[in-house]
Write a protein that binds this ligand. Sequence first.
Ligand SMILES: NC(=O)c1ccc[n+]([C@@H]2O[C@H](COP(=O)([O-])OP(=O)(O)OC[C@H]3O[C@@H](n4cnc5c(N)ncnc54)[C@H](O)[C@@H]3O)[C@@H](O)[C@H]2O)c1
Length: 289
Amino acid sequence: MAYNLLKGKKGLIFGALNEKSIAWKTAEKAYEEGATLVLTNAPVSVRMGNIEELAQKCDTIVIPADATKVEDLENLIVKGMEQVGGKFDFILHSIGMSPNVRKGRTYDDLDYFLLNQTLDISAVSFHKVLQVCRKMDAINEWGSVVALSYIAAQRTLYGYNDMADAKALLESIARSFGYIYGREKNIRINTVSQSPTMTTAGGGIMGFDKLMDFAERMSPLGNATAEECAEYLITLFSDLTKKVTMQNLYHDGGYSSMGMSRAAMSIYNEGLDYQDVKVDLSKKSKKED
Ligand SMILES: NC(=O)c1ccc[n+]([C@@H]2O[C@H](COP(=O)([O-])OP(=O)(O)OC[C@H]3O[C@@H](n4cnc5c(N)ncnc54)[C@H](O)[C@@H]3O)[C@@H](O)[C@H]2O)c1
């Protein structure tokens, strides 16, 4: 059911690769809620994925841009504002990728060139988007900008690798830029820390199915889906959340406040001998950390 929460608003959405993407679901919902949109993704992702299909559904165009390249972002903002006929009211940064994860490099054996790429793609690109938008005066007063984060910014999660560092930086950028853009233009900047979600980016993380199962057991409301994330994002883009800024907002079914749950504890009651588990873990290869 639509509520017209974004009626008359103009939005820019980064990161819809395919129908599983959080950005894809958000674009669909934003369009349903009355927004006029521009979609963008890295040129290679535009070629590989099916974002054009989404653009047709949302009655808009795709403007390819590598979010790590300032000149691509400048071109995107000029053409995007032309397309929607003015400044943007909301922007979603839904971008993440770790070349170290892709190449199987563990956190104690990072390639530093690739680490720079992880940080640039997954965090510094958020700064670049904000800085370009501010210099080009591309966001309306009381606009809303959101980037997607993960609890690995606060807690150590086995296998999340250098993406944890990227998310910590991303959340810090939201606070630092949130102060500047808030005081000048009443523009709010937040991050949403989403449950593990089976998407292309999510599926690339080591042991992701186990991580999802654990989070599901630990969350009293269960894992939040991509659709539910999109619904939450719509509220953050709407005028109902005007004074929320510089926050990292958990959208995770309660996971972030839990220590141990009955459902997680039940794993140990299903005939698994805890001592055996300990023995198995001690045999693990050091490389796995
Ligand atoms: N899936 C999860 O479990 C989960 C949980 C919490 C947060 N997140 C975050 O949500 C966001 C969206 O991820 P998703 O799960 O929808 O996966 P996804 O793979 O569908 O989206 C990631 C997007 O990043 C884009 N991207 C990569 N490099 C880029 C570049 N240089 N320029 C522009 N775009 C680029 C990709 O093309 C892709 O569209 C990411 O920030 C991710 O870290 C995901």
